[in-house]
Design a binder for this molecule. Sequence first.
Ligand code: COA
Length: 367
Amino acid sequence: MAMDGLEGVVVADTQLSDVDGERGRLVVRGHDVEELALTADFEAACALLWSGQLPGAKAHEELRAKLGRARGRAFERLARLGDALDGADGMEALRAGLAHLRASELDPEELHAELTGAVAVLAAAWARRRRGAAPLAPDPGLGHAADFLRMASPHGSDPARSQALDAYLVTAADHGMNASTFTARVVASTASDPVSAVVAAIGALKGPLHGGAPGPVLAMLDAIGAPERAASWIADELAAGRRIMGMGHRVYRVRDPRAAVLERAVERLRASGLRSDRLDLARAVEAVAVASLGERRPERRLAANVEFYTAVILDAIGLPQELFSPTFAVARVAGWLAHVAEQARGGRLIRPSSRYVGPMPETPAAA
Ligand code: COA
């Protein structure tokens, strides 16, 4: 019998992150995600994932400058991308834009920064193009989160919203053997190159069962509109056989710890004076969804996943819905690259087996 969806199959030993689905705990290289989201910015999370340690002040400054330079180079390359960023889907734009990079021409020392910088610049340039605006040049003096927000959001950036985006990027940077990370590791396991691995991972992240969920979560909150309409809306969706986006998870049997981290980050934003009307609605919808799903399938515990509050936080910091999945990629590329390096260092070719259930030729096999 095939192991449908590879559930529970261990495909690698990793030092990068651990997802405890029973207890709802995410550990990234020895640090709880709750602690990291409060104390680290995206640069620090990249350093942790790529080198194994949180950086000191000097290493942090160097990585920040390196990412700034990489964003600058990615911006210079935009002019040579042809129609790669013309489409209506940001993930397709990322896939096409990144595919222009040639691993053989990149400095191996700069490769992680190069790809990480490129994802942010491509996502922001695509978003501005959608609004009919020319891309904004990066500011290498800013942190990655602040500069991405400045380039991508129609509302620009400010310290409170940049800090909230940092919390999101840190929270979403790595998460065990999720589908896109597995994809990246499969590509790396063939001794292919990191650009190819990241392009393939973008393809996996794009799907609504993975990184494509937060856009539909926001659409759901808007369709529900008011807490008192949540129960009937969710009942109709379930009756129609549709899934409630932002709910359920392959590994977590309790609430995704990242949902709580992001929920608290939105609270901090509100405390700093920013409005987020959707937070209260989201909490009400979550409660109704958990109760409705629990009634239908008491044995399969379905709770909110990271995407539920991703929608709320990215909306609160002023990113449009169509940028939600690309912003996930801005974060997760850090984890992909760490996994690609780990796989390249020690992993064997990933080549599982399948069980053939098709017809056999009528002639018996030769002895
Ligand atoms: N809404 C309604 N029902 C759901 C559900 C959801 N969000 N998530 C799972 N279920 C149901 C399934 O329909 C299935 O019921 P069935 O056996 O009657 O068909 C049962 O729960 C088990 O689900 P399963 O498909 O085995 O879970 P999975 O581990 O394969 O899938 C997800 C995990 C995340 C893909 C799934 O929960 C989902 O589709 N969630 C919505 C999309 C989403 O938020 N994705 C972001 C993930 S971070």
